[in-house]
Design a protein around this ligand. Sequence first.
Ligand SMILES: Cc1ncc(COP(=O)(O)O)c(C=O)c1O
Length: 390
Amino acid sequence: MTDANAHTDGDRGIDIDRETAPSNGRVPLAAPEISPTAIDHVQSVLTEGQLADGPPVRRFEDEFAAFCGTDRAVATSNGTTALVAALEAIGIDDGDAVITSPFSFVASANAIRLAGGVPVFADIDPETYAIDPAAVAEIVTDRDDVVGLMPVHLYGLPADMPALLDIAADHDLFVVEDACQAHGASIDRTRVGAFGDAACFSFYPTKNMTTGEGGMVTTNRDDVADGVARYVNHGRGETGTGSYDHIELGHNHRMTSLAATIGRIQLDRLPSMNAARREHAAAYDEAFAPLPIETPTEPDGRRHVYHQYTIRATDREALAATLDDHGVDTGVYYETPIHRQPAYESVSTAATQLPAAEQAADTVLSVPVHPELSDRERRTVIDAVRDQYK
Ligand SMILES: Cc1ncc(COP(=O)(O)O)c(C=O)c1O
């Protein structure tokens, strides 16, 4: 099994023929692919010497906002800084409670703590792995210190945003979508990124699109977009008295022009890369249907973009070992739910019983579904899983 957030060494370069890709190596869980066009464009940026924040970043922001259907987008240095900047821009007071998922990469809850808030964990819906609106409703009935919701669109499947937005409206809560794993996913044709007060994306190499490291906040709120832009640039703002006016405390969490240039080409390719992920997922759904494992669900109206293709097996360790014998890499996202992480021992809200998250942590296993997967590699994955249950 592969470390959930380890850098992949599966970058095998460009132009892989999907039928004849070499089968002598292992089948990697991720294989980020930077096209020759992106390399050419980066070369031009390098030649022009425009390396840090600059016009390519503004273009990438505009194009990403248009893709998500939002008024604004602000680029950041990674998905974590996007989440922190969004929360800082919305404004939470020290100790304010924000409901999020215990079954996510730790960055989701860390961002709440880094912004001064307290993460409160709602258990997940075992079918979708996203926070269960019923669990959220129970928490907001019990506590009066909740100011916002941070649902996570895990593995590329949107959380139940209509139900969560209803709860938020009833209790006057903000909503920040953690869309770090769900670029291009949608509900009834509205793309994630456009549901909450803000949404945050990661462009880490294993994600559905990459800039190396990078992040983005999308929003329809000008105050939030302007606040994020200030926060990632040392609070620098327009006061009319000079270009080094720092009107509030901030960080340097800016994106580079090099990253934005890669991102613009990746964004052009995102629909076809997501289509390839969906095609692999459909083949797995069909092949695994007769086997004693649970395959991912895609509720009506929701479009999954399969950042991960995650199955559930009661014999997970044995299945992973069989896949390993066949040269197939697998991953467990996430073996330890956030509320059980050592870094959360001091967080009182972590002392909660969250059976659905814990059961998911014990049974999930992700298999390769990235767009560079060749037909032969896909067959290798299918044969390996079948071998376990023959
Ligand atoms: C759900 C989720 N949230 C936040 C992040 C943080 O993004 P980054 O690694 O770009 O900081 C990630 C990245 O793995 C993620 O998967």
